[in-house]
Design a protein around this ligand. Structure first.
Ligand code: DGT
Ligand code: CA
Ligand code: ZN
Length: 583
């Protein structure tokens, strides 16, 4: 959103960092001076981790060269980006490279050096070129490209192709909710609901599926086809239409009568595998389920409500998040379904950043916001020293923070601030904080932020070793993946979970929509192994605290119940748990 009177949209730190990283990538592919390349990457990291916006600093006439790793040249470039929204240097650089070359860098296993090699030896300039070369077996002939690397690249391409056409839940859901709100107000509309993977709250979705129940005379479809921001009408009909929005999202609407609504909503909620199992079961009973209802011969015996379908088999109702055919149908038949966690069960947030590291709000502001959300407690988890890019705290600042928390706990009513830190797990598996501080903390949130590409064995050992520390409480974002951006690091999750179980450590389900890590499968695995989890927002701002809902949805997809999650405990019980963990 732009402010009134401001012509250009505000340039964010993210955008500046992206530009610098892109320059670094291109220079790197060219085999340019490594120091120059690193200078751009370091600057990008400084900017990204800086607690204030470069746009504001430029406006205030702040001397950017006082920032870590920013010299005169880079300061000039930052100013140019802030003022014009782009950088002439990058535009020029791009002209000398095939436009799709950078795409290749996003494939795991392909760094700039290898991309350069492929470009020089095989004239590979795009994903398509790469796929052709793979198919023709040409990669085998390139020095350094062994079968393991080639398999990794093949895998990476597949993931990339799959993800290229998917949107994050957090991108699609607000759009869907906006459309539903509009359509609900149209004449003749009785119900309008989100269906598909979006209703199942899958972490990424291919499209938005909507189902409406309308009276015979309605203008719901007409409004749908006249929504703002439509790029193209893909398919147009009275009961079904598909539109493509300007942002590239495809939206499907089906309009049915109220008597079919339950069956249609159920059908289009999926998953396909879940539906197929139910349909087979119906056939065995001499009945038929389709998108219009439940049928016995030609007679319609139900389908107004979704519940009709589950009632048909004497089953419990299955929540959309569980409809993945992962054993939920058998459980529902036995009336043994888990009672899935809800947002209302959450009593606090155990992963929060403040201005002590790379957060935007103070401890007090975060605490007051948490109180407004109805929480009993929060844990402040600023970064430790090793994470320089996020202005990690040294021992002195950590001490200062602990004192401030004491003062605030005296002052504030109705919310308790727990002492914690997000502690880097160093490459050798040690924790980046002296024992003297660790002893003063209520809990620790420990994470890997560096050296993502260690081997499977080394990365796993690193984490297992860290968990041996008696001060280790929660393993944050356990696989390190960023949806669509970064693959999980190579780790043996089963080994990590066994260790968590043995040591009584907690695993985090990080609620940031681009992390959602643990994912659904891992959450379910943790539950089955009897490991407790913490659902945390990793908030860097007041608004971020609201991301909890994404974590809850992912947890529900992993069959998680209230009792599996430590931040559903009341404060005293939680404190007792942390004390016991410290031994
Ligand atoms: P997505 O769009 O890839 O994120 O995942 P979904 O699950 O939303 O899949 P989509 O949009 O292709 O279809 C929506 C639902 O419609 C799906 O979850 C189940 C149902 N459906 C689609 N195709 C079939 C099918 O061939 N057989 C059955 N039984 N159901 C189907
Ligand atoms: Ca869909
Ligand atoms: Zn964090």
């Amino acid at each position: 959103m732009t402010n009134e009177g401001v012509k250009l949209p505000r340039v964010t730190n993210r955008k500046i960092a992206d530009i610098f990283n892109e320059i670094a990538d291109l220079l790197d592919i060219d085999g340019d001076n490594p120091f120059k390349v690193r200078a751009y990457r370091n600057a990008a990291r400084t900017i990204l981790g800086y607690p204030r916006e470069m746009a504001d600093l430029v406006e205030e006439g702040f001397d950017l060269t006082t920032l870590r790793g920013i010299g005169k040249e880079l300061a000039k470039k930052i100013t140019e980006i802030v003022r014009t929204g782009k950088l002439v240097y990058l535009e020029k650089l791009k002209k000398t490279h095939p436009p799709q070359l950078e795409e290749l860098l996003k494939i795991p296993g392909l760094g700039p050096g290898r991309v350069r090699l492929l470009h020089e030896l095989l004239r590979i300039n795009s994903l398509e070129d790469l796929e052709n070369a793979l198919r023709e077996g040409k990669l085998k002939k390139v020095p350094g490209f062994g079968p393991k690397l080639i398999a990794k690249i093949e895998n990476g391409i597949q993931t990339r192709r799959y993800e290229a056409h998917r949107f994050k839940l957090s991108e699609a859901l607000p759009v869907a909710e906006w459309i539903v709100k509009i359509l609900k107000k149209t004449k003749g509309a009785i119900h309008v609901e989100i269906a598909g993977s979006l209703r199942r709250r899958k972490e990424t979705v291919h499209d938005i599926d909507l189902v409406a129940a309308c009276e015979e005379i309605n203008d719901t479809m007409v409004y749908f086809l006249n929504l703002p921001k439509i790029q193209k009408i893909v398919m147009k009909g009275t009961t079904r239409s598909t539109i493509l929005l300007e942002n590239g999202m495809s939206v499907d609407l089906r309009v049915v009568s109220t008597e079919s609504f339950g069956a249609t909503l159920h059908h289009f909620t999926g998953s396909k595998a879940h539906n197929i199992t139910l349909r087979k079961m119906a056939v065995e009973k001499g009945m038929k389920i389709n998108e219009y209802g439940i049928w016995q011969g030609k007679k319609r015996i139900g389908g107004d409500k979704e519940e009709d379908i589950y009632n048909l088999f004497g089953m419990q109702y299955i929540e959309p998040e569980m409809r993945e055919n992962r054993g939920e149908i058998a459980l529902a038949q036995d009336h043994q379904l888990p009672t899935l966690i809800t947002r209302a069960d959450i009593k606090g947030d155990l992963h929060i950043h403040t201005t002590y590291s790379d957060g935007l709000a103070s401890i007090e502001e975060m605490a007051l916001q948490a109180k407004r959300l109805g929480y009993e407690y929060i844990a402040i988890t600023d970064h430790t020293e090793h994470l320089k890019v996020a202005h990690g705290m040294d021992e002195k600042r950590a001490r200062k923070q602990l004192e401030e928390i004491d003062v605030l706990n005296e002052k504030l009513d109705g919310i308790t601030i727990l002492k914690a830190a997000e502690i880097d797990i160093l490459e050798d598996g040690s924790l980046d904080m002296p024992d003297s501080i660790l002893e003063a903390l209520d809990l620790t949130v420990c994470s890997v932020h560096t050296r993502f590409n260690l081997s499977l064995r080394k990365q796993t050992e690193r984490i297992l070793k860290a968990m041996e520390n008696p001060h280790f409480t929660i393993l944050a974002h356990p696989t390190g993946r960023l949806i669509g951006l970064r693959e999980p690091y190579d780790i043996d999750m089963e080994a990590v979970m066994r260790q968590a179980k043995a040591r009584g450590c907690i695993l985090e389900l990080n609620a940031q929509p681009d992390r959602l890590d643990l994912n659904d499968i891992h959450s379910k695995m943790a539950k089955e192994m009897g490991i407790r989890i913490a659902i945390s927002t990793d908030a860097h701002s007041l608004n971020d605290l609201e991301l909890m809902r994404y974590g809850i949805w992912q947890a529900r997809r992993g069959w998680i119940e209230k009792a599996d999650v430590i931040n559903t405990l009341p404060l005293t019980a939680l404190q007792k748990l942390f004390r016991e963990m410290k031994g």
